[in-house]
Design a protein around this ligand. Structure first.
Ligand code: SF4
Length: 427
């Protein structure tokens, strides 16, 4: 049994990647062989169901797993596991489905020669980390929270992930220490709704302070956080802390108040605008990314123009653009009128062009400004890494090794690459 080749494939967000890493850790600790390249005996898919397109990609991979990669067993977990019916399970020849909270049971299932059945009502949201998985990496994901109580009208996540739950600060500190002891320099705090982190009298800011004070990790990065969950104190802390990366990903979704209301988002366009300006004017050189959905039901040309105009006027450094697709089980599923697909595509293209403009604008403001970079890759003396404010940079050096932390000065931006020269090595 144990000399089987097992592939763990993750789709979707950083949380799913974090959970796939946890599954790999469990398998390796139990003596299984986790591999990257086919052929595979077993394929475990940590699926994403956030859009119809995400579902399609998971289905496509499941089909390829048996047909092209030789998999004899297919296991499905992650958000997709909570949003699949028996008909699809049979149609896709999936052998076993493990809801997210049951993913630790996968090893028991394999150990039992596929006879083990799931415990009922498992509420384990933890994400164990095997730090050896992170050997040779510079960045590690740490899950701090799961679930969401917000119920945005387009989003299936609260239905598949359940209500908000946070992991204890001591558990999180242990994981950050473990990663730091294995040479990881940056941790990304992940979850479904991390701005609502609450445990042992700590909120997200209290947790960040605790990690900064009680661990040796060099850099802490937050994954996506809602605008109204970024307090003035949080902004001040990011501005003054040497450990929190000056980078926030703050979803806007739409610049039209009418659409924001129908999406059940909890802020207006003006509130978003003010928040972003407050962050930008207080945190030097911060990089701010955002998510946008185009073609939400009822989105008129005027609504879209409001989105475009607000993005154009904000100091945003990059966009993640999504095309709205109907999701059965969500409130928006029944909303009318639906936007024509060709209009959605055209709006996406306009925003993609704006994204390039915003990226260029941001990078140009960073030319000549010293940046701290953790080196992630070196090929033929070309060193690559990510700055605190989330710029991907390149420079040439023969004296640098992976995981070094260096200060660089960006000198120009050509063909999508920010070229720098090295000032000095910190670590
Ligand atoms: S905040 Fe909204 S978009 Fe984000 S996970 Fe919760 S329901 Fe989904």
């Amino acid at each position: 049994m144990k000399n089987m080749r097992i592939k763990v494939k993750a789709f979707g967000c950083k949380l799913t990647q974090c959970e796939a890493g946890e599954i790999e850790s469990g398998l390796i600790s139990a003596g299984y062989d986790v591999v990257d390249l086919p052929p595979f005996d077993i394929v475990i898919i940590c699926g994403c169901t956030v859009t119809s397109r995400a579902d399609y990609k998971v289905r496509q991979y499941l089909r390829r797993a048996k047909r092209e990669f030789g998999a004899k067993k297919l296991i499905l977990t992650g958000c997709s596991a909570q949003n699949i019916d028996q008909i699809k399970i049979r149609e896709l020849s999936i052998d076993k489905v493990f809801p997210s909270n049951d993913k630790e049971e996968i090893v028991k299932y394999l150990n039992s020669d596929y006879s083990y059945d799931l415990c009922q009502n498992n509420t384990n949201i933890d994400c164990n980390i095997n730090a050896h998985n992170y050997d040779n990496r510079t960045r590690g994901f740490v899950k701090i929270q799961d679930g969401c109580n917000q119920f945005c009208s387009y989003c299936i996540v609260p239905y598949v992930r359940g209500r908000e739950v946070s992991l204890s600060p001591s558990n999180i500190i242990d994981k950050v220490n473990l990663l730091s002891d294995h040479g990881i320099k940056e941790v990304v705090l992940t979850g479904v709704h991390i701005g609502r982190y609450r445990h042992s009298n700590k909120d997200i800011l209290g947790l960040c302070k605790m990690i900064a004070e009680e661990t040796d990790i060099f850099r802490i990065r937050l994954s996506s956080i809602e605008p109204n969950e970024i307090s003035d104190e949080m902004i001040e802390y990011i501005a003054t802390s040497s450990k929190i990366a000056p980078h926030l990903h703050v979803p806007l979704q739409s610049g039209s108040d009418n659409i924001l209301h129908n999406m059940n988002r909890s802020y207006t366009r003006d509130q978003y605008y003010e928040k972003i300006y407050k962050i930008y004017s207080n945190v030097k050189n911060i990089g701010i990314g955002t998510d946008i959905i185009v073609g939400f039901p009822g989105e008129t040309e005027e609504d879209f123009s409001e989105t475009y105009n607000v993005l154009e006027s904000l100091p945003i450094s990059y966009l993640h653009i999504f095309r709205y697709s109907k999701r059965a089980g969500t409130k928006a599923f029944a909303m009318e009128p639906h936007v024509n697909e060709s209009i959605k595509r055209e709006r996406m293209e306009r925003l993609s062009s704006l994204d390039l403009v915003l990226r260029n604008k941001f990078i140009n403001t960073q030319i000549g400004i010293d940046q701290t970079v953790i080196i992630e890759r070196i090929v033929n003396s070309i060193c690559e890494g990510i700055t605190g404010n989330y710029l991907s940079v390149n420079f040439v050096s023969n004296s640098i090794i992976k995981n070094n932390i260096v200060i660089v000065k960006p000198i120009d931006y050509k063909n999508g690459v920010t070229n720098c020269y090295i000032e000095h090595i910190i670590l």
